[in-house]
Design a protein around this ligand. Structure first.
Ligand code: SF4
Length: 223
């Protein structure tokens, strides 16, 4: 059996608000974001744990953890339906962290009532998307965004900000995109962490002026 899990963080209170969770780090990703600091995970062809080892871990955590966060890498690169079915049967909530490029899996998981919350990455404007993610998947992301809004699903949108890659104008374009699509929740912006990353980025030379950002959405800054 292929080992599609790179690692399991046994518990955290930080990743899924108000829920004591573990995090499952799935291998592989269909993007290569410049600032990605999970390079070992995205390039990994074979991880460290099989799914049955995750289930064995979770069986011992019933009653101790509230939720399981599916992260990576990009979790939707894998067949999450049977995995989520089993996790839900054990009574856990599920939060999915995703770059939004696999609307079909997201749709299937939601229709089965397997997902409780989603954190959706919004990497960049349409124009900047390829240079930041090394992928041509903007339209895939946008379809997922529209889908989640259309069904009024409980989700948050988040962006990693490296100030040499996104400026105020581009952030405002992204806010406009969300606003015009009907997104009403907060827009979470997390600052780039200067740790080992895919494109060997270092601290940004530019800095943005937060006063120039649109107030169409509530912006929540992380770190
Ligand atoms: S930051 Fe980009 S490349 Fe890294 S795991 Fe997330 S989507 Fe994939």
């Amino acid at each position: 059996m292929k080992k599609i899990i790179y690692d399991i963080t046994p518990f955290t209170t930080l990743d899924y608000k108000d829920n004591l969770s573990c995090i499952v780090w799935f291998i592989s990703c269909n993007m290569r974001c410049q600032y990605c600091y999970n390079t070992n995970i995205i390039e990994c062809k074979d991880g460290n744990y099989e799914i049955k080892e995750l289930f064995e871990f979770l069986e011992k955590r019933v009653g101790l953890l509230d939720a399981v966060v599916l992260s990576g890498g990009e979790a939707t690169m894998h067949d999450l339906l049977p995995i989520c079915k089993k996790i839900k049967s054990m009574g856990f909530k599920i939060k999915l962290d995703t770059n939004g490029t696999n609307k079909k899996i997201v749709n299937d998981l939601i229709e089965k009532n397997y997902l409780d919350f989603i954190s959706l990455d919004f990497k960049a404007t349409k124009q900047n998307f390829k240079s930041i993610t090394n992928s041509k998947l903007y339209n895939n992301f946008y379809e997922t965004l529209l889908y989640l809004i259309s069904i009024n699903f409980d989700f948050e949108v988040r962006t990693t900000l490296h100030e040499d890659l996104l400026d105020e104008k581009q952030l405002n374009e992204m806010i406009d995109t969300l606003y015009n699509a009907g997104y009403k929740n907060s827009f979470h912006i997390q600052n780039f962490l200067n740790v080992e990353n895919y494109s060997n980025l270092t601290e940004a030379k530019n800095s943005i002026n937060k006063d120039l950002l649109s107030d169409k959405l509530n912006i929540l800054w992380r770190n």
